[in-house]
Design a binder for this molecule. Sequence first.
Ligand code: NAD
Ligand code: IPM
Ligand code: MN
Length: 368
Amino acid sequence: MSNPSLLILAGDGIGPEVMAEVKRIIDWFGANRGLTFDVSENLVGGCAYDAHGTPLTDATMAKAQEVDAVLLGAVGGPKYDSLDFGVKPERGLLRLRKEMDLYANLRPAQCFDALADFSSLKKDVVAGLDIMIVRELTSGVYFGEPRGIVKEGNERVGINTQRYTESEIARVARSAFELARRRNNKVCSMEKANVMESGVLWREVVTEVHQAEYQDVQLSHMYADAGAMQLTRAPKQFDVIVTDNLFGDLLSDLAAMLTGSLGMLPSASLGAPMANGRPKALYEPVHGSAPDIAGQGKANPIACILSFAMALRYSFDKGDEAARLERAVEDVLADGLRTADLMGPEGGSPVSTTGMGDAILAKLDAGL
Ligand code: NAD
Ligand code: IPM
Ligand code: MN
Protein backbone atom coordinates (compact mmCIF):
# COMPACT_ATOMS: atom_id res chain seq x y z
CA MET A 1 0.00 0.00 0.00
CA SER A 2 1.24 3.51 -0.76
CA ASN A 3 2.03 5.93 2.03
CA PRO A 4 -0.67 8.35 3.16
CA SER A 5 -0.27 11.76 1.54
CA LEU A 6 0.03 15.17 3.16
CA LEU A 7 0.01 18.57 1.50
CA ILE A 8 1.78 21.23 3.55
CA LEU A 9 0.77 24.84 2.99
CA ALA A 10 2.84 26.83 5.48
CA GLY A 11 1.62 30.25 4.31
CA ASP A 12 2.73 33.60 5.68
CA GLY A 13 4.20 35.24 8.77
CA ILE A 14 4.79 32.72 11.53
CA GLY A 15 3.15 29.98 9.41
CA PRO A 16 6.46 28.68 8.00
CA GLU A 17 8.15 29.03 11.42
CA VAL A 18 5.65 26.86 13.26
CA MET A 19 5.33 24.45 10.32
CA ALA A 20 9.11 23.87 10.35
CA GLU A 21 8.66 22.26 13.79
CA VAL A 22 5.77 20.12 12.54
CA LYS A 23 7.93 18.88 9.66
CA ARG A 24 10.57 17.71 12.12
CA ILE A 25 7.86 15.87 14.04
CA ILE A 26 6.50 14.26 10.86
CA ASP A 27 10.07 13.05 10.15
CA TRP A 28 10.32 11.71 13.70
CA PHE A 29 7.18 9.59 13.25
CA GLY A 30 8.64 8.29 9.97
CA ALA A 31 11.97 7.37 11.54
CA ASN A 32 10.66 5.99 14.83
CA ARG A 33 7.07 4.82 14.44
CA GLY A 34 6.98 3.50 10.89
CA LEU A 35 4.53 6.24 9.91
CA THR A 36 5.82 7.57 6.62
CA PHE A 37 3.88 10.19 4.72
CA ASP A 38 4.25 11.33 1.12
CA VAL A 39 4.69 15.02 1.80
CA SER A 40 4.31 17.71 -0.81
CA GLU A 41 4.45 21.44 -0.23
CA ASN A 42 3.03 24.49 -1.88
CA LEU A 43 2.13 28.12 -1.41
CA VAL A 44 -1.02 29.67 0.01
CA GLY A 45 -1.92 33.22 0.99
CA GLY A 46 0.28 36.25 0.51
CA CYS A 47 3.32 34.23 -0.60
CA ALA A 48 1.21 32.60 -3.35
CA TYR A 49 -0.02 36.04 -4.39
CA ASP A 50 3.58 37.26 -4.61
CA ALA A 51 4.59 34.28 -6.75
CA HIS A 52 1.48 33.81 -8.89
CA GLY A 53 -0.83 36.80 -8.44
CA THR A 54 -3.42 34.64 -6.67
CA PRO A 55 -3.60 33.41 -3.04
CA LEU A 56 -4.27 29.85 -4.23
CA THR A 57 -3.51 28.47 -7.67
CA ASP A 58 -5.86 25.99 -9.34
CA ALA A 59 -3.05 23.42 -9.28
CA THR A 60 -2.68 23.73 -5.49
CA MET A 61 -6.45 23.56 -5.11
CA ALA A 62 -6.52 20.36 -7.17
CA LYS A 63 -3.69 18.85 -5.11
CA ALA A 64 -5.56 19.66 -1.88
CA GLN A 65 -8.56 17.73 -3.22
CA GLU A 66 -6.39 14.71 -3.93
CA VAL A 67 -4.33 14.23 -0.77
CA ASP A 68 -5.36 12.43 2.43
CA ALA A 69 -4.91 15.59 4.51
CA VAL A 70 -3.77 19.20 4.21
CA LEU A 71 -1.72 20.92 6.93
CA LEU A 72 -1.88 24.70 6.88
CA GLY A 73 0.17 27.25 8.86
CA ALA A 74 -1.37 30.70 8.59
CA VAL A 75 -2.11 33.32 5.96
CA GLY A 76 -2.19 37.10 5.81
CA GLY A 77 -0.24 40.12 6.90
CA PRO A 78 -0.15 43.92 6.72
CA LYS A 79 1.69 43.83 3.38
CA TYR A 80 -1.47 42.48 1.78
CA ASP A 81 -4.10 44.54 3.63
CA SER A 82 -4.77 46.91 0.75
CA LEU A 83 -5.11 44.21 -1.93
CA ASP A 84 -8.39 43.75 -3.75
CA PHE A 85 -10.75 41.61 -1.76
CA GLY A 86 -10.73 38.80 -4.34
CA VAL A 87 -6.98 38.21 -4.04
CA LYS A 88 -6.43 38.78 -0.33
CA PRO A 89 -4.45 35.96 1.37
CA GLU A 90 -7.51 34.98 3.42
CA ARG A 91 -9.42 34.20 0.20
CA GLY A 92 -7.00 31.33 -0.43
CA LEU A 93 -7.94 29.71 2.84
CA LEU A 94 -11.64 30.36 2.34
CA ARG A 95 -11.47 28.78 -1.13
CA LEU A 96 -9.85 25.65 0.31
CA ARG A 97 -12.56 25.37 2.96
CA LYS A 98 -15.39 25.96 0.48
CA GLU A 99 -14.22 23.80 -2.41
CA MET A 100 -13.20 20.92 -0.16
CA ASP A 101 -16.59 21.39 1.58
CA LEU A 102 -14.99 21.28 5.04
CA TYR A 103 -18.16 22.07 6.91
CA ALA A 104 -17.22 20.96 10.44
CA ASN A 105 -14.39 22.86 12.09
CA LEU A 106 -13.37 21.19 15.34
CA ARG A 107 -11.64 23.59 17.72
CA PRO A 108 -10.79 21.87 21.00
CA ALA A 109 -9.87 24.09 23.95
CA GLN A 110 -8.02 22.15 26.60
CA CYS A 111 -6.26 23.71 29.54
CA PHE A 112 -3.07 21.80 30.30
CA ASP A 113 -2.49 21.56 34.07
CA ALA A 114 0.86 23.30 33.76
CA LEU A 115 -0.83 26.36 32.24
CA ALA A 116 -3.82 26.62 34.58
CA ASP A 117 -2.05 29.38 36.52
CA PHE A 118 -1.29 31.27 33.37
CA SER A 119 -4.80 31.87 32.00
CA SER A 120 -6.17 35.37 32.46
CA LEU A 121 -9.03 33.68 34.37
CA LYS A 122 -8.75 32.22 37.86
CA LYS A 123 -7.09 28.82 38.05
CA ASP A 124 -10.13 26.96 39.40
CA VAL A 125 -12.27 28.30 36.53
CA VAL A 126 -10.02 26.76 33.85
CA ALA A 127 -8.09 23.88 35.46
CA GLY A 128 -9.05 20.64 33.71
CA LEU A 129 -11.02 22.46 31.00
CA ASP A 130 -11.74 20.27 27.96
CA ILE A 131 -14.31 21.60 25.53
CA MET A 132 -14.85 21.16 21.82
CA ILE A 133 -16.21 23.97 19.69
CA VAL A 134 -17.71 22.77 16.42
CA ARG A 135 -17.84 25.74 14.07
CA GLU A 136 -19.80 25.55 10.80
CA LEU A 137 -17.18 26.51 8.22
CA THR A 138 -18.55 26.65 4.69
CA SER A 139 -21.64 28.82 4.88
CA GLY A 140 -23.29 31.61 6.87
CA VAL A 141 -22.30 35.23 6.58
CA TYR A 142 -18.82 34.30 5.28
CA PHE A 143 -20.25 33.09 2.00
CA GLY A 144 -23.87 34.34 1.77
CA GLU A 145 -25.07 36.40 -1.20
CA PRO A 146 -25.67 39.25 -1.82
CA ARG A 147 -22.43 40.75 -0.59
CA GLY A 148 -20.25 43.67 -1.51
CA ILE A 149 -19.93 47.41 -1.17
CA VAL A 150 -22.52 49.25 -3.29
CA LYS A 151 -23.51 52.82 -3.80
CA GLU A 152 -26.94 53.85 -2.51
CA GLY A 153 -27.73 57.46 -3.22
CA ASN A 154 -24.84 59.47 -1.85
CA GLU A 155 -23.30 56.86 0.32
CA ARG A 156 -21.71 53.42 0.17
CA VAL A 157 -23.33 50.42 1.78
CA GLY A 158 -21.41 47.33 2.95
CA ILE A 159 -23.45 44.16 2.59
CA ASN A 160 -23.03 40.61 3.85
CA THR A 161 -25.74 38.03 4.14
CA GLN A 162 -26.24 35.40 6.79
CA ARG A 163 -27.74 32.38 5.07
CA TYR A 164 -28.16 28.77 6.21
CA THR A 165 -30.01 25.91 4.59
CA GLU A 166 -31.56 23.11 6.65
CA SER A 167 -29.10 20.56 5.29
CA GLU A 168 -26.10 22.75 6.17
CA ILE A 169 -27.32 23.03 9.74
CA ALA A 170 -28.26 19.36 10.02
CA ARG A 171 -24.88 18.02 8.89
CA VAL A 172 -22.83 20.11 11.30
CA ALA A 173 -25.28 19.29 14.10
CA ARG A 174 -24.67 15.58 13.39
CA SER A 175 -20.91 16.14 13.62
CA ALA A 176 -21.39 17.74 17.03
CA PHE A 177 -23.68 14.98 18.35
CA GLU A 178 -21.33 12.27 17.09
CA LEU A 179 -18.39 13.92 18.87
CA ALA A 180 -20.41 14.34 22.06
CA ARG A 181 -21.15 10.60 22.12
CA ARG A 182 -17.41 9.98 22.28
CA ARG A 183 -16.95 12.64 24.99
CA ASN A 184 -19.28 13.69 27.82
CA ASN A 185 -22.49 13.40 25.83
CA LYS A 186 -23.53 17.07 26.00
CA VAL A 187 -24.09 19.54 23.17
CA CYS A 188 -24.87 23.22 23.60
CA SER A 189 -26.02 24.92 20.41
CA MET A 190 -25.43 28.68 20.14
CA GLU A 191 -27.16 31.17 17.81
CA LYS A 192 -29.20 34.35 18.12
CA ALA A 193 -32.69 33.01 17.54
CA ASN A 194 -33.98 36.06 19.40
CA VAL A 195 -32.99 38.40 16.57
CA MET A 196 -32.08 36.37 13.47
CA GLU A 197 -34.32 34.13 11.36
CA SER A 198 -31.28 32.04 10.48
CA GLY A 199 -30.91 31.52 14.24
CA VAL A 200 -34.54 30.41 14.54
CA LEU A 201 -34.00 27.84 11.78
CA TRP A 202 -30.69 26.79 13.33
CA ARG A 203 -32.40 26.05 16.67
CA GLU A 204 -35.30 24.20 14.99
CA VAL A 205 -33.08 21.99 12.83
CA VAL A 206 -30.65 21.15 15.66
CA THR A 207 -33.67 20.18 17.78
CA GLU A 208 -35.13 18.04 14.96
CA VAL A 209 -31.85 16.18 14.38
CA HIS A 210 -31.58 15.61 18.12
CA GLN A 211 -35.13 14.31 18.39
CA ALA A 212 -34.78 12.00 15.40
CA GLU A 213 -31.28 10.60 15.91
CA TYR A 214 -29.54 11.63 19.12
CA GLN A 215 -31.96 11.57 22.05
CA ASP A 216 -29.25 9.92 24.15
CA VAL A 217 -27.19 13.13 23.98
CA GLN A 218 -28.07 16.01 26.29
CA LEU A 219 -28.91 19.10 24.20
CA SER A 220 -29.18 22.70 25.37
CA HIS A 221 -29.47 26.01 23.52
CA MET A 222 -27.97 29.38 24.33
CA TYR A 223 -27.91 32.77 22.67
CA ALA A 224 -24.37 33.28 21.42
CA ASP A 225 -23.83 36.49 23.41
CA ALA A 226 -24.84 34.75 26.63
CA GLY A 227 -22.64 31.85 25.52
CA ALA A 228 -19.62 34.17 25.37
CA MET A 229 -20.42 35.31 28.90
CA GLN A 230 -20.83 31.72 30.15
CA LEU A 231 -17.56 30.70 28.47
CA THR A 232 -15.70 33.20 30.62
CA ARG A 233 -17.84 32.72 33.77
CA ALA A 234 -17.89 28.93 33.97
CA PRO A 235 -16.42 27.29 30.86
CA LYS A 236 -16.34 23.81 32.37
CA GLN A 237 -20.16 23.58 32.12
CA PHE A 238 -19.65 22.89 28.39
CA ASP A 239 -18.67 19.73 26.55
CA VAL A 240 -19.39 20.27 22.83
CA ILE A 241 -20.55 23.65 21.52
CA VAL A 242 -22.00 23.82 18.01
CA THR A 243 -22.37 27.18 16.35
CA ASP A 244 -22.28 29.04 13.05
CA ASN A 245 -19.31 30.29 11.07
CA LEU A 246 -18.99 33.80 12.51
CA PHE A 247 -19.99 33.06 16.11
CA GLY A 248 -17.62 30.08 16.03
CA ASP A 249 -14.76 32.29 14.86
CA LEU A 250 -15.27 34.68 17.78
CA LEU A 251 -16.02 32.09 20.44
CA SER A 252 -12.98 29.98 19.55
CA ASP A 253 -10.54 32.90 19.94
CA LEU A 254 -12.19 33.56 23.29
CA ALA A 255 -11.84 29.90 24.25
CA ALA A 256 -8.16 30.02 23.26
CA MET A 257 -7.45 32.45 26.04
CA LEU A 258 -8.98 30.05 28.57
CA THR A 259 -6.12 27.71 27.72
CA GLY A 260 -3.43 30.36 28.16
CA SER A 261 -2.63 31.51 24.63
CA LEU A 262 -3.92 31.61 21.09
CA GLY A 263 -0.65 29.82 20.31
CA MET A 264 -2.07 26.67 21.94
CA LEU A 265 -5.26 26.01 19.98
CA PRO A 266 -5.31 23.47 17.11
CA SER A 267 -8.15 22.76 14.73
CA ALA A 268 -9.42 20.18 12.28
CA SER A 269 -11.70 21.12 9.39
CA LEU A 270 -13.54 18.05 8.21
CA GLY A 271 -15.82 17.31 5.28
CA ALA A 272 -17.68 14.33 3.94
CA PRO A 273 -15.93 10.93 3.78
CA MET A 274 -13.76 10.24 0.72
CA ALA A 275 -13.69 6.90 -1.13
CA ASN A 276 -11.35 5.47 1.53
CA GLY A 277 -13.86 6.31 4.27
CA ARG A 278 -11.73 9.09 5.79
CA PRO A 279 -13.09 12.62 5.82
CA LYS A 280 -11.70 15.32 3.56
CA ALA A 281 -9.57 17.26 5.98
CA LEU A 282 -7.46 20.32 6.57
CA TYR A 283 -5.63 20.90 9.85
CA GLU A 284 -4.52 24.32 10.99
CA PRO A 285 -3.87 26.26 14.16
CA VAL A 286 -6.65 28.67 15.20
CA HIS A 287 -4.20 31.59 15.28
CA GLY A 288 -3.14 33.76 12.35
CA SER A 289 0.17 34.86 10.87
CA ALA A 290 1.03 37.02 13.92
CA PRO A 291 2.81 39.79 11.99
CA ASP A 292 3.88 41.42 15.27
CA ILE A 293 6.25 38.53 16.07
CA ALA A 294 6.92 37.01 12.62
CA GLY A 295 10.55 36.37 11.72
CA GLN A 296 11.73 36.61 15.32
CA GLY A 297 11.69 32.94 16.33
CA LYS A 298 9.19 33.74 19.10
CA ALA A 299 6.09 31.93 17.84
CA ASN A 300 4.62 29.10 19.86
CA PRO A 301 4.52 26.03 17.56
CA ILE A 302 2.22 24.01 19.85
CA ALA A 303 -1.09 24.91 18.11
CA CYS A 304 0.36 23.73 14.79
CA ILE A 305 1.91 20.62 16.36
CA LEU A 306 -1.38 19.71 18.06
CA SER A 307 -3.12 20.22 14.71
CA PHE A 308 -0.87 17.47 13.31
CA ALA A 309 -1.89 15.33 16.31
CA MET A 310 -5.51 15.90 15.25
CA ALA A 311 -4.54 14.75 11.73
CA LEU A 312 -3.10 11.54 13.18
CA ARG A 313 -6.37 10.96 15.03
CA TYR A 314 -9.03 12.03 12.51
CA SER A 315 -7.40 11.29 9.14
CA PHE A 316 -5.06 8.39 9.85
CA ASP A 317 -6.79 6.51 12.64
CA LYS A 318 -3.69 6.77 14.83
CA GLY A 319 -5.26 7.92 18.08
CA ASP A 320 -2.47 6.26 20.06
CA GLU A 321 0.24 8.16 18.14
CA ALA A 322 -1.76 11.39 18.52
CA ALA A 323 -1.88 10.76 22.28
CA ARG A 324 1.89 10.14 22.26
CA LEU A 325 2.46 13.56 20.68
CA GLU A 326 -0.02 15.29 22.99
CA ARG A 327 1.71 13.71 25.98
CA ALA A 328 5.09 15.00 24.79
CA VAL A 329 3.63 18.53 24.62
CA GLU A 330 2.09 18.16 28.06
CA ASP A 331 5.39 16.91 29.54
CA VAL A 332 7.36 19.80 28.09
CA LEU A 333 4.91 22.28 29.58
CA ALA A 334 5.04 20.44 32.91
CA ASP A 335 8.83 20.92 32.87
CA GLY A 336 8.17 24.66 32.78
CA LEU A 337 9.29 25.29 29.21
CA ARG A 338 7.51 28.35 27.79
CA THR A 339 7.53 30.34 24.57
CA ALA A 340 7.17 34.11 25.03
CA ASP A 341 3.35 34.09 24.68
CA LEU A 342 3.18 31.83 27.77
CA MET A 343 5.20 34.17 30.01
CA GLY A 344 3.38 36.10 32.69
CA PRO A 345 3.90 39.82 33.31
CA GLU A 346 6.82 38.97 35.62
CA GLY A 347 8.68 37.63 32.56
CA GLY A 348 11.27 34.87 32.62
CA SER A 349 13.39 33.34 29.92
CA PRO A 350 11.29 32.05 27.06
CA VAL A 351 12.43 29.40 24.62
CA SER A 352 12.37 30.02 20.88
CA THR A 353 10.08 28.29 18.40
CA THR A 354 12.88 25.85 17.58
CA GLY A 355 13.71 25.41 21.27
CA MET A 356 10.13 24.30 21.89
CA GLY A 357 10.35 21.92 18.91
CA ASP A 358 13.63 20.48 20.23
CA ALA A 359 12.10 19.87 23.65
CA ILE A 360 9.03 18.13 22.24
CA LEU A 361 11.24 15.90 20.05
CA ALA A 362 13.36 15.05 23.09
CA LYS A 363 10.21 13.99 24.99
CA LEU A 364 9.12 11.87 22.02
CA ASP A 365 12.54 10.18 22.08
CA ALA A 366 12.29 9.67 25.82
CA GLY A 367 8.87 8.04 25.40
CA LEU A 368 10.09 5.30 23.02
P1 NAD B 1 -3.15 36.50 15.01
O1 NAD B 1 -3.75 35.25 15.49
O2 NAD B 1 -2.21 36.42 13.89
O3 NAD B 1 -2.43 37.25 16.22
C1 NAD B 1 -3.13 37.71 17.39
C2 NAD B 1 -2.13 37.84 18.55
O4 NAD B 1 -1.78 36.55 19.02
C3 NAD B 1 -0.83 38.52 18.16
O5 NAD B 1 -0.38 39.32 19.22
C4 NAD B 1 0.13 37.37 17.94
O6 NAD B 1 1.48 37.67 18.19
C5 NAD B 1 -0.38 36.35 18.95
N1 NAD B 1 -0.14 34.98 18.45
C6 NAD B 1 -0.86 34.33 17.50
N2 NAD B 1 -0.36 33.12 17.28
C7 NAD B 1 0.72 32.99 18.10
C8 NAD B 1 1.67 31.95 18.32
N3 NAD B 1 1.62 30.79 17.66
N4 NAD B 1 2.64 32.17 19.22
C9 NAD B 1 2.71 33.32 19.90
N5 NAD B 1 1.83 34.33 19.75
C10 NAD B 1 0.85 34.17 18.84
O7 NAD B 1 -4.37 37.46 14.62
P2 NAD B 1 -4.39 38.92 13.92
O8 NAD B 1 -3.22 39.70 14.38
O9 NAD B 1 -5.75 39.41 14.14
O10 NAD B 1 -4.22 38.61 12.37
C11 NAD B 1 -2.99 38.67 11.67
C12 NAD B 1 -3.20 38.14 10.25
O11 NAD B 1 -3.49 36.74 10.30
C13 NAD B 1 -4.37 38.76 9.51
O12 NAD B 1 -3.98 38.94 8.17
C14 NAD B 1 -5.48 37.75 9.63
O13 NAD B 1 -6.41 37.80 8.60
C15 NAD B 1 -4.68 36.49 9.59
N6 NAD B 1 -5.33 35.31 10.21
C16 NAD B 1 -5.13 34.13 9.59
C17 NAD B 1 -5.64 32.98 10.14
C18 NAD B 1 -5.37 31.69 9.45
O14 NAD B 1 -4.53 31.63 8.57
N7 NAD B 1 -6.06 30.63 9.81
C19 NAD B 1 -6.30 33.03 11.36
C20 NAD B 1 -6.48 34.27 12.00
C21 NAD B 1 -5.96 35.42 11.41
C1 IPM C 1 -9.73 31.66 11.43
C2 IPM C 1 -9.43 32.98 10.75
C3 IPM C 1 -10.10 33.01 9.38
C4 IPM C 1 -11.60 33.08 9.61
C5 IPM C 1 -9.66 34.07 8.40
C6 IPM C 1 -8.18 34.19 8.27
C7 IPM C 1 -10.27 33.82 7.04
O1 IPM C 1 -9.78 34.05 11.55
O2 IPM C 1 -9.46 30.61 10.84
O3 IPM C 1 -10.21 31.67 12.56
O4 IPM C 1 -12.16 34.16 9.82
O5 IPM C 1 -12.22 32.02 9.54
MN1 MN D 1 -10.39 33.45 13.57
